[in-house]
Every structure is written in C-alpha cells, then in structure tokens.
Design a protein around this ligand. Structure first.
Ligand SMILES: [Zn+2]
Length: 474
C-alpha cells in the first residue's frame, strides 16, 4: 500500500475523478478526444487485443496462420531473398509459394530458418521491391542483438503502430499510472541530452507523464543520486544495471521511496533479482522481452511471472537443435516471424536467444507462454576509483566508426582491457591508436588496451554472448 502513502511531486494520482485524455486533434474538442490517425490506429488495435487475449489458443493460432499466409505470399512475390528460399518449399512444379496458398504447419516447418548471418549477408535482397503506401513511411532499424554483430532491417509506420499498441497493452496489464513520471536508464546517444528532451512522454495520450533519461554508462552511485532527486514512479532499465542499483542502495544509500515498479528489458531476469527488488526497493519487477528488429515479443502476464507471447503481432517458435518444436520445460532456440513487417519480412528468423516454452497459463489467457528467457548476460565494469559502470562499448556504434565486425572486451586488471576484434581487413597503426583513444574517451580515463585480432569470437555453449566480461574481483 506504499503507493498511496504520500503524494509525489509531479505526479497526479490517478483517482478516477478526471478522465484520462486521448490527445484530440480537432480544435475546440478536448473531450472525448478525437485522435489523429496514428493514435486512432493504436486504439483500434488495442481494442481488439483486449478481446483476442481471451480467445482459446486454437482460435489465436488459426487467425495467426491466416495472417502468416498473407505475409509469406507477399514475401515470395516481392522479396528476392525469399523468392529463392520459398521455391524450395513450395514443392515440385511450383515456382514459389503462391498468393492464395494455405501453408500447413508441416509445410511451414520446411521453410528454412533465417539466421542473423543470413540477415547480414542478404542486405537489401531482404527488402520488399513493392511500394507499400498503406504501410506508411519506411525507416531503418539497426540492432546489435545477441551476438554483438549488428543487423539492419526496415520498419514501417504500421510496425510502429503495432509496437505502440502492445506497449499500451503492457501499461494496462500492469495498471500503471500513465500520468506519473518514468525514468529510463539506458545507453544514450551522443546527441540526446540527458533529461534534455522535456517533451518526452512514456505512455499514451494527452495525459502521459514525462519520460526522463539518464546515461547507463555513468557510475551507479550517480544513477541512484539522480533517482533520489527526480523521484520517478517507474524505473526502466536493464536487469544487470538494476542489480547494481540495488547493491548501491544496500551499501548505505537510502531507499528510493518514490518508486512503484521497476520495468526491465534486454537481459535475463532471475528469481533472485525479483526477490531483491521487492526486498530492497519494496516494489515489483515487471520484465518484457522484445527485440529492436521485431518489436515486443512477449510481455509479463498480469497474474504471474511468466511471459505471454504477443501472438497478434509475432509468431514465436521455440525449436530444438533438430528444428523440432521444443517440449514444455525444455530450453530451445527462439525463431520469430513478425506478422506485419512487409518492408523487411522476417519469416522464421532465428533471433539468437533461448527460451523455455510452458503449458498455457491457469489465468485463462490463450497466448502461448514462455517460462524463462535466458538471452544475453551483461557484466559491470570496475573503474580505478572503485565506481561500477556499465561498459560503454556499444558494438553497433563501434562498427560504424571502425572496420569491425564483432568485438568483445575483457577487463583483466583495474586499469587494463583486452579487446578481441573480428575485422574484415588489417588495421593501420593509426586506426589502432584511434580505437584506443575512442575507448578511453568513452571511459573518461586512460586504460591500457590490448588489441587482439581474431578470426572468430567463440560463441559459448550457453549461447549467451558477452560484449564485456570482467575478470577481476569487485
Ligand atoms: Zn498468467
């Protein structure tokens, strides 16, 4: 009941006395709001999501299959990469999967899985050659993903609408006070000033509370001090960073009484982190599973701590090494089909994560359930001052600056780093020096950096690729 204990500055409590307002675009009309086309579409999708959630699993699967057939027909006709790939599947005589073909589950499983390497190598042959005016503007999404090797896909206004509707569903499922302040701690782009964008909003509609941001590369104790002065209701960050914040709170700094919930993303969450969040911060942890190139994949069930696959937007298969569906309780590879991206169709795309499928939830929701998503693990780095920081080595940004395909950093001493680098060609001495300078600049201090060029960075058996590993004791 702590959430009602005291009113917080900057966050009106959702009392039910005043309506939550949809942003109205008609002059003179405030309520009920008449939204613009984007907001209207988000609301129309959300209206349907409220109902499909309770459909039986079989009906969801059937509806999904129909959408999937349309997507695959489009991919076969207009995307060079799939024209070849799908021809194999279509069977003897057929040129490719045709427009109106119904793809049985048996046929579906013969469609070859698209790997991240395929995605990188295919380049623009994965993009639809067809103009898609009804899907809105196309834009580029670059994702560093699980393996540290970035991939690029195109999104459309339509994929943005789907993602927004799913985010709204998440807020409603977890009964968030959408007028309150949310603090996001993540890696910030150089051009985004910390807390500088006063107009940023995190929820939906005219009443959405502000979204304030802080750079995750800053020392954890500074993050905690910032949270204390900002007094947000919601904290959104990566699990590894949350753990460091909890440790910092334990080490003598005071609790964060303004918080009502912590929302995590991007890394695995274990039971101990949930328990410590409850114990030290006094609030629940709500996790979500998404990928930049596909949008939200699974959201935490409102009634339990498992993940519900967002079947209205994505098909998520979990398969074993033979490509067969994993059984409940077995961990397998995640294979995703994004149902509404017609610009870069992703059909049976292996995203590089592992997950454990589970039997349907007792709560009656028909969405398929995942119990755990091991995914990727991040480690904190320790500076000579003793400050812990999240290492600022975003591989995506480094590959844009240097002739580099993949990188892994290992901290071998309090002032030493080893960089394992996969490069397409040999570097000059100047390039090596520039790379060292860039890393020291990001760290804000001098480090001895040893560069090791390798043909490949071994992928550990756990499939948890680490961009950074700390090999010294805290
Ligand atoms: Zn449930």
């Amino acid at each position: 009941m702590r959430r009602d204990a005291k009113p917080r500055p900057g966050s009106r409590t959702f009392s039910g006395k005043s309506p939550y307002l949809v942003r109205s675009v008609v002059p003179g009309i405030e309520w009920p709001g008449l939204p613009d086309q984007m907001d209207a579409s988000v609301l129309a999708i959300e209206y349907q999501l409220r109902r499909s959630l309770w459909w039986p699993t079989s009906r969801l699967a059937e509806q999904q299959r129909r959408q999937r057939d349309l997507l695959v027909g489009h991919a076969a006709r207009t995307v060079p990469f799939y024209r070849e790939r799908l021809a194999v599947v279509a069977g003897a005589g057929a040129q490719t999967i045709s427009d109106d073909q119904t793809i049985s589950d048996e046929l579906w499983r013969r469609i070859p899985i698209v790997t991240r390497a395929d995605l990188r190598n295919a380049g623009s042959t994965l993009e639809s050659r067809k103009a898609l005016p009804s899907h809105g503007r196309r834009f580029e999404i670059r994702s560093s993903g699980t393996t540290g090797r970035p991939v690029t896909v195109q999104g459309t206004a339509l994929t943005t609408i789907m993602s927004r509707a799913l985010n709204l569903r998440d807020h409603l499922w977890h009964k968030r006070d959408m007028r309150a302040t949310a603090a996001l701690i993540r890696r910030l782009d150089d051009k985004v000033d910390e807390g500088g964008d006063k107009a940023a909003r995190w929820a939906f509609g005219a009443d959405s509370g502000p979204l304030i941001s802080y750079d995750i590369a800053r020392p954890v104790k500074n993050q905690v001090a910032w949270l204390r002065t900002q007094e947000p209701a919601y904290l959104m960050t990566h699990p590894s960073n949350l753990r460091a914040i909890i440790d910092a709170c334990r080490e003598g700094t005071k609790d964060l009484p303004s918080l009502r919930e912590v929302d995590t993303f991007g890394e695995p969450v274990d039971d101990s982190l949930r328990a410590e969040t409850k114990q030290v911060l006094g609030v629940p942890l709500v996790d979500s599973y998404s990928a930049e190139e596909t949008g939200p994949l699974a959201l935490q069930c409102p009634d339990c701590e498992c993940y519900l696959v967002q079947s209205e937007a994505v098909q998520v298969e979990v398969v074993d090494d033979a490509g067969e569906p994993s059984r409940y309780g077995d961990t397998g590879r995640v294979v995703v089909t994004a149902l509404h991206n017609y610009a870069t169709p992703l059909v049976r795309y292996e995203i590089g994560d592992c997950a454990e499928p589970a039997a349907p939830c007792d709560c009656g929701r028909g969405l398929p359930r995942l119990r755990a998503i091991p995914g990727r693990v991040r480690n904190m780095m320790i500076l000579p001052s003793g400050d812990k920081i999240r290492p600022p080595f975003a591989i995506g940004s480094l590959t844009r600056m240097f002739a580099l395909e993949q990188a892994q950093f290992v901290q071998t001493a309090i002032d030493r780093l080893e960089a394992l680098l996969v490069a397409p060609r040999a570097w000059t001495a100047e390039e090596e020096e520039a790379f060292r300078r860039e890393i020291c600049q990001r760290l804000g201090q001098d480090f001895a950096i040893e560069l090791k060029f390798v043909a490949e960075i071994p992928f550990p058996p756990s499939r948890k690729f680490e961009e950074f590993r700390c090999e010294i004791e805290a």
